[in-house]
Design a protein. Sequence first.
Lengths: 692, 359
Amino acid sequence: MKAKLSLKKALSTTFIMAVTLPIVLISLVMLFLLTRNLEREITNKQMFLATALSGEIDEFLDEQQSVLGLIENYVAQERVHGQNHINRFLQSVVDNYQFFDMIQIVDRTGRVVHVAPDREDYLGINISGYSFFKEAYAVNRPYWSSVFTSVHTEQPTIAVTRPTETGMIVAYLNISRINDMIDRLYIGENGWAEVVDRNGSYIAHTMKSNVYQRINRKNDHVVNRGLTGYPGSYRYRMDGKEILSNVIVVPATGWPIIISQPSQDAFKSVQLARNIFLAGTCGAFLLASLIALGNVSGILRSIDGFAAWIRQIANGDYQNISKIFPEYREFSELAEDFLRMTEAVQSREKALRASEERYAMAVLGANDGLWDWDIPNYRLYFSPRWKEILGYRNNEIQNHPDEWFQRIHPDDYDMVIREIEAHFQGQTDHFHNEHRILHKNGSYSWVLIRGIAVRDNEGHPYRMAGSLTDITGRKRNEQRIKASLNEKEVLLREIHHRVKNNMQVICSLLRLQSNSVQDSHSQMVLQESQNRIRSMAMVHEKLYQSKDLTEIDANDYLTQLIHYLMRSYAIQPDQVEVNLYISSIQLKIDTAIPCGLIINELVTNALKYAFPEGRKGRITVSLRMLADDCTIEFAVADNGVGLPEGFSLDDSPSLGLQLVITLVRDQLQGEMEMIRYPGTSFRVRFREVKAC
Amino acid sequence: MMLIIGCRRFESIKIGFVGTMVGGFSNASINGRNGVQLAVEEINRQGGIHGYPVELLVKDDRFDPEVALEVDRELYRAGVVAVIGHMTSNLSVHVLPEINRMKLLMVSPTSSSNQLSGKDDYMIQIYPPNKAASSLLAENLMKIRHRSIAVAYDLRNPAYSEDWLEGFTQDYVSRGGQIAAAYPFASGLSFRFYQVAKELLASQAEAILIIANSKDTAMLSQQIRKLGSKLPLYASDWALADEIFQYGGPAVEGLIVPTLFFNEKAGERYARFKQEYQQRFGTEPSVAAVLGYESAQLIFEGLAKTKRYTSESLRETILAIKEFQGLQEAYVIDPFGDAVRSYDLVMIQDNRLKKVSLP
């Protein structure tokens, strides 16, 4: 699976973001504050210019009125000075105050009575038709007219009037003086100043032609604000450009003064600062990007080196690993660790390969098929050998569990599934199962399936793999052997049965023989022989009745034997009490027959000789395994009259005892001791061949 | 390439205004421009022409024939669909061949020279030819038996003043009148009207006719009255601008002038225009302002109906429309682009124009 996220992008982005975000944020905040303060400062500066211009104009207007005041005073003394003096005085005023193009003194009807400069055309004419004349009369105080084209200069002119007792003084103000004031202002490269009259016509403008053409700006938003008494700073759009204008009104005349500048120019310094910030931010961004890319490249070079290593190692090439020299200590350490890991992997791979080879050889040798079950995806891989065992070619069986399960013999199916489930549930460490499976030829083969499940952290199996061994041959042999064993068992049982029958026939013959013999000694000899044979027959009887035909239960056998002897010698239980303490020890035939014969002889002796003349007594027979679990001890004891004095076992003429001694020594290879008081006790010990 | 240019969308319809914006001849032009400007502002407030705003380009011809040609070419290059101007006959006569060559439609509000009339050209005159005015005056002078008259006329606008005088003289003399004196002058800053007045009075004529602009007419009237003369004063229609009252004052009381417009004639349309003009510019509209406004209205009406926004198409459309509604009366533009409208004689009384009815 290929990850979508690029490490290079992630590292670069994170690094750049980490470095540039604070820079950008700080820059933005700084920019905002700087812009706001600079803009405020620039606006204030422009407003200061407007205020200064207003002050200058105000002063200028004051000066005019002062001059007109002087004239008024002078004219008031007309009688003193005389007409000619007044004309000369007016002429001197016009000469001295060049902003006056002409000064007229008019009477109440509007007739010009004095004029300077002295021009005939303008003396004696009537100027009452001028709108300023009517307006000045109406207000009856110093008055500044709107702009009109002067008849004598043909230039835009303002009339300044001062009412007098006899009429009024009219001075024609050359507004170029106000234009001069504007010209002295520096309002950037593209800025301009304008002064408009109360009608909205230009009195002064940075671009003079606007004044000469008497362009009316009453409709202009900013001019209108000034005319309607709303001075202040305004930003608006004009001809697609944003303009910053500051409006102030000359108090005496109500003329709005407007200082304007394209915002782009006005805020050039703001723009410059903004650009510097922007350049700085971009520079920081670039620098951060370069550093990030440099570092990322360094890291990625190292990672690429590692990737190349890993690819090389993944391709199994351990020999020509090119050395890389990472730029960072951490990578250097990683490289060293990686080299060590590579060596370890190489060594383990060698070991694994060897192991795999051994395994492959073993599998080959075992001639087993392999299977590998992907449990969650329900896919099961079968090796070609697996398929071959069932008679199929490699392409004839798909990698699907059903290929196995559907071929299982119906009688075995439930058992197989049960055991698989038991293994899945952890009830068995290994899965080990023999069952029949359908061969391609239609027959069933016996197979041994061995496997083990691999589990996740929660113990759920997710994979199971193992082998399949064809055990059809072994199963056949097993069945054959089993049949043969059964056959032998039957045969052996039959032999024991026949031996017992033959011995019983011998007993019967001896009993018939003894019946025909009158001699009691002979009868007793025959009886004893009969009992001895009987004791052996009883062993064979027990053997063929036993399960495995090799061992008999000592307690069962000896109890029956002793009861038989009691019956044989017609001993009444109230005369001789027999106590048996015989453990249920399994005795082999080679042990059981000597033991039976010895106990037969010893019990017979006790019955015959220990209790003469109707004497009552007790015979005790015991048999047990000693603590070493190896030695069997049995004893026959009576509390009878005991053996005669001087009796010696070795010298005893009794066939019985001789038989006992021989059997103990030769057959059992044990030892026997005789205890003479009270009564007589014989104790035999021997080592059971099977147990030890 | 032509196709691309042909398909190019334009953002506004440009019209030009040319007049004498500075100096002694500037009053009519400035008033005329104000009239045009008011009309443009009005149409733009109403959403322009078919959605296109009208853009007004103003040029100053400085009362100089060469400058006049130059600014006309500049406007042509700027892509104007029509030019309103020039405001004096002299300049209009001078530029006529060039505008015909450029096929640039020119609508003159105030040019009235007879030299401009009766021609199949690219100039449309809102103002009727001088002949109509001068004939009316000559006819009436004879009615009131002024048999001799002294004339002062401004040489600086000869296409108007000489044309006017010539027309007047023909009519007046043919009716038995006599031109006692014809005094040409070229007023300037140092010009002495007083001297002209004296010479006019010295001619012993029964009346004085002044063919000059409002300012010069007013100044000359002032000097005549200053000299104590009570001779009847007459003036050409050029004199009728707002300034005549300002500069003339009581001296122009009784002055008789042939005119197209006067307040008494005014209807509701004019009253509304006058109110708006006063609100906008702070003064009463002069004749030039009225004519400027009407010129713009004529162009807008033509533009609203023309198929293409070109001078040629616009001219054809205007000539086809033929009848237009002026501010005070309806008028006709004849196939030569000359206005056909009637004059009245008015007298200045109490700073107002009053129609004079002569027996």
